[in-house]
Design a protein around this ligand. Structure first.
Ligand code: TPP
Ligand code: SF4
Ligand code: MG
Length: 351
């Protein structure tokens, strides 16, 4: 169905960002997902985030695995680099691409099956290695593309559409990401764009492994009573820790949230994350506290959302490996063939 072209007609005075691009310049082809699928709202949030951050589309690389969620990069950032990999293998391909060229912004899009089942090891290792990326899991608790089997993020006791009860313990990717050293960790809901867009913007401006678990209901297979990933259930159990506004050089302060204590966190690139706390006691720079809070609220039946953890000055894989700053394809002969003396020195250092 991707042969359906997008209508060219649009309002003659669409707002432009500082690059002269409109929101439409960040769109992709027409979505072929089911009407009402949460994944489409996430695509729309990614488009808005990239537009508002004035990101040049050709400086973004979007990568995904396999699944309805992993199909979505076709529906946004049509002018960016794209790589639809194999089921569960997005993180290793992204890691390799990032090591070869650190000048692009890497956006990994995955599903709960893609990242918590077949790709669980890949997910874990990309986080613990500190790959600089924005990693979004579009989490619907099922394998949507293969017709609704429980996934590893499906909650114990959650009911399938035909009544079967899930007896397995759920993997909470947020908990794993926190444990393995992700330096920006957030959870959101595809039905709450006001929360999701700034969360994605903050992740895109973050220089380290940024992970977002976005609950994204599957209207075809997991949106019924008894499911803990349905629109109704998530709306009823959503417990937002904070509201975020990302302030870059030129972006105005747009938050229109209820008053509360405000905390500002400056990121490495100068962007400021303005957090309006909804829970006075919650400290998003305390990793152990965040893990504790997550477990505590889960036991109380709540789904905590918002920016759950931020390390303002992270160190990424390139810093850990002390790699060369230039993209590998721009290294000249002198750098690539340093000569016998340099090779002798290197060999000696390894003896
Ligand atoms: C190696 C391999 N195993 C299994 C499959 C079949 N398969 C395709 S998508 C998918 C699960 C997708 O679930 P998820 O990542 O949660 O994405 P969703 O469709 O729910 O967005 C499976 C098992 C496959 N394509 N490749
Ligand atoms: S099957 Fe589910 S996840 Fe896939 S497009 Fe339809 S609603 Fe979305
Ligand atoms: Mg899924």
């Amino acid at each position: 169905m991707t042969y359906i072209l997008k209508p060219q007609l649009h309002h003659p005075k669409l707002a432009e960002n500082s690059l002269g691009f409109t929101r439409r310049d960040y769109e992709g082809s027409v979505s072929t997902l089911c009407a009402g699928c949460g994944h489409d709202s996430i695509s729309s949030a990614i488009i808005q985030a990239a537009f508002e951050l004035d990101l040049p589309p050709h400086r973004i690389a979007k990568l995904s695995g396999i699944g309805c969620s992993s199909k979505t990069p076709d529906y946004f950032l049509g002018a960016s680099h794209g790589f639809n990999t194999v089921h569960g293998r997005m993180p290793s391909v992204l890691t390799g691409a990032n090591l070869a060229n650190r000048e692009l912004l890497y956006l990994g899009v995955s599903g709960d099956g893609d990242s918590a089942s077949i790709g669980f090891g890949q997910f874990a290792h990309s986080i613990r290695r500190g790959v600089n990326m924005t990693y979004i899991v579009e989490n619907n608790g099922v394998y949507g593309l293969t017709k609704g089997q429980f996934s590893a993020t499906s909650d114990k006791g959650s009911k399938a559409k035909k009544g079967a009860v899930n007896t397995d313990e759920a993997i909470d990717l947020i908990g794993i990401a926190l444990q393995l050293g992700a330096t920006y960790v957030g959870r959101s809901f595809s039905g709450d764009k006001e929360q999701l867009v700034p969360l994605i913007k903050g992740a895109m401006r973050h220089d380290g492994p940024a992970f977002i678990d976005c609950i994204s209901p599957c209207v075809a297979f997991n949106n019924h009573e008894g499911s803990t990933k349905s629109y109704d259930f998530v709306r009823d159990h959503n417990e937002a820790m904070n509201r975020l506004d990302v302030i870059t050089g030129r972006s105005p302060i747009t938050a229109a949230y209820a008053p509360g204590e405000v905390r500002e966190v400056q990121q490495h690139d100068g962007s400021i994350l303005r957090l309006r706390k909804l829970h006075a006691e919650y400290d998003p720079t305390d990793r152990v506290g965040a893990m504790h809070h997550l477990h505590e609220r889960k036991a109380a039946g709540e789904i905590v959302t918002g920016l759950l953890y931020i390390e303002p000055d992270p160190q990424d894989l390139h810093a850990n490996l002390d790699t060369v700053a230039l993209p590998l394809n721009r290294l000249d002969d002198a750098a690539l063939v340093p000569g016998a003396k340099a090779l002798d020195k290197l060999n000696a250092s390894l003896r």
